[in-house]
Design a protein. Sequence first.
Length: 289
Amino acid sequence: VDWETTCDSYRAVLPRLRSRSDLSDLLAELIAELGVSHVNISSPEDDADEDETQGGQGHLGLKASWQDLEGGGVYRVDELLRGDVWDVQCSGPLARPGVGITEGAYIVALNRKRVCQDVSLDQMLASSFPREVFLTYVPADDVQTFESLQTMFAKSGGVDGFRRLCSKQPRSTQPAAQAGGKKTTKSKKNKGRGSGKQADAGIEKQLNAMLRQINVDIDDGPLLRTVRVNTAGKAVRRNAGLRDLVERNGQLVHEASNNRVGYIHVPDTENLGFAEFYRYFTRECHREA
């Protein structure tokens, strides 16, 4: 390779560059002229991990789709990033022990704010790394019940309808001090409290009747669950995504070959590559190929 001539040809492009990433791309093309393997270039943004940046973009490690429901929509969890769930540096935030969310669950709120179609989950997670967020969701097993509840409350007028239901219950108010400085007697106060309890009992009775119509038992516990989740950065999402990809590819190879062919992914010839080879070799070496 005539290195001086090659460099001169690429040097002519330098005035047209507008960013550091443009320079990285140009240098990569220049090095490719050598025609040798294991030679590359890394830019500062590749070496400096996003995880070191305060206030960066947070990720939950999921793919979600918007679901329109009566009374308010939700985000449905279509796919979760898993990785190695025992390692916080290589696992999706929602797949870690204690979270309990699975595919098919409904995400209702993030940081106590109801989700909406106009604002994506990524937008709600802007500047949320690295810190905890509150995630409110409906488990996958309870989504049908939740949809029935949403429909019931929507037909009843939503929050305003519930307020009207409460206002229909008679409530005894405590009278103000009478003329002449006389105060309300203790018996009247107790009577007012008793009337309030009766009104609350009446509201609860009506609600129970409404819930029974859609086969909901309040003794089963709340439908909504709120968990604290540590958001993931770029490195964690990359590590977990690679693990899921390797496991998925291995499963495809096994199924296509009737378990006769093994699959080992060696990403490099350094520490990570050796670790991956050591991890999968004993599992795959008994196969025919």
